[in-house]
Write a protein of this length. Structure first.
Length: 333
């Protein structure tokens, strides 16, 4: 369940409608109550119980619209979720109980507006969530009725070719991972001209921002490797596997990269890099699986040995000597 500030939720089956703060919006009458929601204050936080997931989703919607649109009304909630006006009133009322400093009622427009003291109640309604929804719209991954935003600015993203993934292959990989199985695949590696038949025991997926691959034990090479989905020509013959994915040490080992501005930058340039990457004291640390380190370095414009690519002078890895032994080795699946 989503993390929220100062609150604890428990899921139950019944839909919840609460006595709300929506008196003004509904002409001075509280919404009718189908079930009672317990909202009370402990010594350090507000506790809420008996809230269904669907209502939590609507509360996230209210939080999202307040943060990015600056307003919310019952029509917004009823239109998006296809619920009754009393239920929408109850949802806004419950949100008001949980975050009373986030919104105020404007009688002239009959709309709740964001206050200057607004603080997002849900972590899932922050900038990353907004921009992810915006990008998903632009790339036709999600439709407008699947995202919370009512307005989006014009956007353009870097066009990328579609990487082929066969649905049957993906489904088989999922079944193999769930059942701890082994698959026979025909694989076209970049390292050789001819395709090969291999047996693999998959246990995880990886994504580098452009392409998906499956992390699997290769019975031919006797080790864990990455297999690009688009290069798997066929997959079948699901059988039981004796491979334990816990033995994939590179997958289960995490590497901390401590990034810092390049020393060749001017003080103002260094400051710009520090702000851009959210650094504190001129440093920021990111953690990635060792199995994903090759792709992480490439995305951050570093060579495999951890040095900046030619022409790049923004970032350096300040703890490069410490992680040298964990850097990726040459070679492909």
């Amino acid at each position: 369940m989503s993390q929220m500030r100062n609150t604890r939720w428990s899921n139950v089956e019944p839909e919840v409608i609460v006595q709300s703060h929506d008196k003004v919006a509904s002409g001075g009458t509280n919404a009718s109550t189908n079930a009672q929601t317990d909202v009370h204050t402990t010594s350090d936080r507000l506790e809420v119980s008996n809230v269904k997931w669907s209502q939590e989703r609507r509360l996230q919607f209210i939080d999202f619209r307040l943060q990015w649109d600056g307003r919310i009304n019952r029509k917004d909630v009823t239109g998006f979720f296809n619920i009754s006006v009393p239920q929408a009133s109850a949802d806004i009322g419950l949100y008001t109980e949980l975050a009373p400093g986030n919104l105020e009622y404007d009688k002239s427009s009959r709309t709740y507006t964001v206050t200057s003291d607004f603080k997002p109640y849900f972590e899932s309604t922050g900038p990353r969530q907004y921009l992810s929804q915006l990008l998903s719209l632009e790339r036709n991954i999600l439709s407008s009725d699947q995202v919370f935003m009512s307005f989006g600015p014009p956007i353009a993203s870097v066009p990328l070719p579609t990487r082929t993934i066969e649905s049957t292959t993906l489904a088989l990989m999922l079944r193999a991972i769930a059942s701890r199985g082994k698959l026979e695949i025909r694989y076209q590696s970049i390292a050789r001209d001819e395709e090969q038949v291999r047996f693999i025991s998959p246990h995880a997926f990886g994504y580098d921002g452009v392409r998906w691959h499956v992390r699997a034990y290769c019975h031919l090479r006797d080790g864990f490797r990455d297999f690009v989905f688009g290069r798997i020509l066929t997959a079948d013959a699901l059988t039981a596997s004796a491979i334990d994915s816990q033995n994939d040490h590179e997958w289960h080992t995490f590497v901390d990269l401590v990034l810092a501005p390049d020393e060749s930058l001017t003080p103002n340039q260094r400051y710009g890099v520090e702000i851009d990457y959210g650094m504190t004291g001129g440093r920021v640390s990111i953690s990635c699986r060792q199995a994903m380190l090759f792709y992480t370095l490439r995305t951050l414009n570093f060579e495999v040995d951890g040095t900046p690519r030619k022409g790049e002078r923004q970032l350096v890895i300040s703890n490069l000597a410490e992680i040298k032994a964990m850097l990726p080795k040459p070679g492909q699946a």
